[in-house]
Design a protein around this ligand. Structure first.
Ligand code: SF4
Length: 277
């Protein structure tokens, strides 16, 4: 599903880890531990703003869950000690030397691999044992939330952060680079939000210098309203824009005033919403 909002540091590698990486996030006020279930860089979206470099080959598709669990345990243990004695973490302010979260957020859609349920369970178990109280999050594009194997595994996570970048099918197909039906995303968000509160993540950008028009933003806010009216619970809406150079040079950021105007539409719909840098 792509990036966490707070990836300012491009460094995603941690030693020789294949699945688990760590970045320090000021906004999260600590270490964000990421779990990448897509070392092969495969995604069922092709967002023009994606920051995954697909010009170089990815790794194997099969996820070795035992290796993933070992990497996560190692990082969680080290975060309590020697992680902070070596670059790049040795320069981190003392108050940020804590684990803030563990999130499935990698180089593709994390719910795609068949190993997703086993990986989620392993991560939950490691988190419970080594970092109780730290939230385990899933960042997802919501395309597969209707699948039984995915839905069953959602219970392993404390928080679901779901992507919704558009209000209309036409814009959705452009900004998320997919021919998958937009209605499936909307149905899946409602399905899950009826069972538990979700966080919605919405990225808006300028394509060839042109941002989404007001009708698109109204449609997007209308989709959020429909989820709420249908009995879905949306805890919070995160609005953000492209922060680093995307692979597609047509993409550029929206300015803060525009982002704030977009957030206002979500608030008009009665939702908690904010802009994230
Ligand atoms: S959902 Fe979009 S941004 Fe996330 S990894 Fe896939 S193509 Fe990239």
């Amino acid at each position: 599903m792509g990036r966490r909002l707070d990836h300012k540091d491009h460094r995603r590698e941690l030693d020789d880890n294949r699945y688990v990486y760590a970045v320090v996030s000021r906004r999260a006020r600590g270490l964000s531990i990421g779990v990448n279930l897509n070392p092969d860089k495969a995604c069922n979206f092709d967002c023009p703003y994606c920051q995954v470099n697909r010009t170089t080959p990815g790794g194997p598709t099969r996820v070795e869950v035992a290796d993933l669990a070992a990497e996560l345990e190692d990082v969680l243990r080290r975060a309590a000690g020697d992680l902070w004695t070596a670059p790049p973490f040795d320069t981190v302010a003392p108050e940020l030397r804590r684990v803030a979260d563990v999130a499935f957020a990698g180089d593709g859609e994390p719910t795609t691999p068949p190993e997703f349920p086993a990986a989620a369970h392993a991560a939950r178990e490691a988190r419970d044992r080594l970092a109780p109280g730290i939230p385990l999050r899933l960042l997802t594009n919501a395309t597969l939330l209707h699948k039984d194997r995915v839905r069953a595994a959602l219970a392993e996570f404390d928080e679901l952060w779901c992507k919704l970048d558009a209000g209309t099918e036409a814009y959705f197909s452009v900004v998320d680079g997919t021919r998958l039906p937009f209605q499936r995303i909307l149905d899946n968000l409602l399905l899950v939000a009826r069972e538990r509160p979700i966080v919605v993540q919405s990225l808006f950008l300028a394509l060839d210098g042109v941002g989404p028009d007001e009708a698109e933003i109204r449609a997007w806010a209308g989709r959020l309203s429909e989820i709420a009216a249908g009995g879905g619970r949306i805890d919070h809406v995160q609005v953000y824009t492209v922060a680093r150079t995307p692979s597609d040079p047509r993409c550029g950021p929206l300015d803060t005033a525009r982002l704030e105007a977009i957030v206002a539409r979500a608030r008009d719909a009665g939702l908690s919403a904010a802009v994230y840098a």
